[in-house]
Ligand binder design. Structure first.
Ligand code: PLP
Length: 353
């Protein structure tokens, strides 16, 4: 059965339209510093995380290449935010969605996928979910959406600078697709730093390429949690670096360098202790009333370290940290780090516990 071109173009329009231009939320710093810190709040995406942009692009790519047609079941291998976004777009274009998830997956994570009309298929052992998803897709004539592979090539990095062409049309609440372009448009100028976490590498890759393509001086930092291969891999220049250890921070940090991680487009990788992420989130909750997930805490801690450096160098400007989702953080004691942030705001010196 041939899918009509019309169905395909309408499906592509749908997956591209359903991406929000997410808000910037300021996290207070002393006014006299002349530095402003903002969160780019990706929890405001319709599926609740930064994976929304990657999955929008991956669906558009799979539709344009004929890999998803009318009636194709889309299969993914993860219980995380990528599967929630994958289920969201499957529902939006009217195709079935199955997530092969680790057998140990918590009920609330499965519920988030099921809330988007996706089905979960628990599988043992967790390391075999990728193979199982591929097999399931092959056996059922479905499409295995490998989001780690997609991250390397589907992102829209040669973005429209902002969305000026949409201004005054009543649709300028829609994003340009590229998160970096949106940040520059929303600030009205290029920030000093953008700080992102890296899971698939899609977000940092899209930002890094966009900044160089447009010639902005903005530098891109990746905040990396414990056990991740990205910091040692980036620092040593080894493209096949592996730790073999899982990250405790949802969405970021990988046991190996993934194909979407664009080391050469990243100016700095900042290793961040997991307890510092927890302390950063505690500060964010009590001082700004914002609840965010672990990856946001990791990015925030790295942002404060960069701001500490800007102060020492007498630099001013904007720093933007990506807020990946509003999810949970690991159960660790972050008190010493939260106290360090409070002292930082009072003294302008960030001492690392
Ligand atoms: C995936 C994810 C990230 C990192 O984004 P990538 O584009 O995959 O590198 C950050 N935060 C959360 C919550 C995520 O799920």
């Amino acid at each position: 059965m041939g899918t009509s071109r019309r169905w395909v173009t309408e499906a592509i329009a749908r997956v591209e339209r359903d991406v929000a231009a997410t808000p910037l939320r300021e996290v207070g710093l002393p006014r006299e510093w002349g530095i402003r810190l903002h969160l780019k709040d990706e929890s405001a995406q319709p599926s609740g995380s930064v994976k929304h942009r990657l999955l929008s692009a991956a669906y558009a790519d799979a539709l344009a290449t004929g890999r998803i047609t009318e009636g194709t079941t889309v299969v993914m291998a993860t219980a995380g935010p990528a599967a929630v976004a994958g289920a969201y777009f499957a529902r939006s274009i009217g195709v079935e969605f199955v997530a092969v998830v680790p057998g140990s997956t918590k009920a609330e994570k499965a519920a988030a996928i099921e809330a988007m009309d996706g089905r979960c298929r628990p599988h043992h052992p967790p390391a075999a979910i990728y193979q199982e998803a591929r097999r399931l897709a092959a056996d059922s004539g479905g499409f295995y959406l490998d989001h780690f592979a997609a991250a390397a090539h589907v992102m829209d990095w040669r973005a429209r600078d902002a969305f000026p062409e949409r201004r005054g049309t009543g649709t300028d609440d829609r994003g340009s697709g590229n998160i970096g372009a949106e940040v520059v448009a929303q600030l009205g100028r290029a920030p000093e730093w953008i700080v992102a976490g890296a899971g698939t590498g899609a977000t940092s890759g899209a930002i890094g390429r966009f900044l160089r393509y447009r010639g902005y001086e903005t530098r891109l930092a990746v905040a990396d949690p414990e056990n991740s291969a990205y910091f040692p891999g980036w620092a040593s220049g080894a493209p096949d670096y592996g730790t073999g250890m899982p990250s405790r921070i949802e969405g970021i940090g990988r046991p190996r360098m993934e194909p979407g991680f664009l080391a050469s487009a990243i100016d700095l990788v900042v290793p961040v202790p997991d307890a510092a992420a927890v302390g950063a989130l505690a500060h964010l909750r009590s001082f700004a009333g914002i609840r965010a997930g672990g990856s946001t805490g990791t990015c925030l801690w790295a942002a404060w370290r960069l701001i500490d450096r800007m102060l020492a160098e007498g630099r001013q400007g904007d720093v933007v940290a990506v807020m990946g989702d509003a999810g949970a953080a690991p159960d660790l004691d972050g008190t010493a780090y939260a106290e360090a942030v409070a002292r930082f705001l009072a003294t302008g010196r960030l001492d690392v516990p």
